[in-house]
Design a protein around this ligand. Sequence first.
Ligand SMILES: C[S@@+](CC[C@H](N)C(=O)[O-])C[C@H]1O[C@@H](n2cnc3c(N)ncnc32)[C@H](O)[C@@H]1O
Length: 258
Amino acid sequence: MLEFDSATTAILEDVYQGADFTRRRRASFDLLAPARGEVIIDIGSGPGHMLIDIARAVGSDGHAIGIDPSAPMRDTAQNLASGRGNVTVLDGSATELPLEDSSADKAVSVQVFEYLPDIPAALAECHRVLRTGGRLVIADMHFGSFHWASDDPARMARMIKAWDHHLVERAVPEKLPSLGHAAGFAVEQIVPVTFVDNHLRPGGLAWMMMTPMERYVIENKLVPAAIARDWAAEQTRRVEQGRFYFSITHIVTVLRRS
Ligand SMILES: C[S@@+](CC[C@H](N)C(=O)[O-])C[C@H]1O[C@@H](n2cnc3c(N)ncnc32)[C@H](O)[C@@H]1O
C-alpha cells in the first residue's frame, strides 16, 4: 500500500490545492454542509485543507477535529491550523476513533476508505461517534470507471492492475450503500464528480497520477522498469499528437446515522 510518509505528504500538500482537487474537496464540503456551532470530524484529514474549510464554516463555537495515523500529515495539518482555536488534530485510525460516543454532528472522509482493510469496522466507529441523525460523507474514486487511452491496451491494463496494489479496495463507492445500511446508516445521496483530461495539465489529476504510478510500480517490482517507462513515454507522445484521453469518476456518498 502507498505510504503516507513525508515525501507523499509534501506532494499532496501542494497538489491538493490545485483546481481538480479543490473541485473534489468542494463537492464533499457542499454535501457535508457544515453549520455554525457544529462538531465535525475529518477522518484521514491528511494535509488539512478540508479541516480548515470546516473550521471556518463552524466558527468559534464549533469544532473541526482531524484524525490521521500519519505523523507528517498531522504536522502539516497542525501548521495549517495554527492560530485557530477551533481545530484539533488527533492521532488515530478510522477503525479506532479517539472520540466519545455520540460526540459529533457530522463526519467526512475523502479518499481514505479505499486504504482501509476493514470498512465495516470503520463504519461501526462512525456510527458510534455520530449523534442520531448525524451525517457521514464518504468520497472515493470508483476505479471501475477508470479509462485511460493507449495503443497498447494490454500494457495499460497491466499498469492499472499494478497500481491497484497502492490501495486495498478499488470499488468503495459501489460497496458503501449496502455496507452503510448494514452499519445502521441510510443512504441520502450519491453524487458523481467526473474528471476528464485530454492533455497532461500540470496539477491535473492525470498528471498527478502518472508520476507516482510509474515510480510505485517500479519500486515495488510490480512491472519491469522498461515497460513502465515505455508506458509513460507513450502518454507523453499521445499529448504531442493530441490523442491523450483520461477519465475517472470520484463518488461522494452521503449517509445518515439512524
Ligand atoms: C489520499 S490522503 C487524503 C487526505 C485528505 N482526506 C484529503 O482529501 O486531503 C489519505 C489519508 O488517509 C490517511 N489514512 C490512511 N490510513 C488511515 C486509517 N486507517 N485511518 C484514518 N486515516 C488513514 C493517510 O494518512 C492520508 O492522510
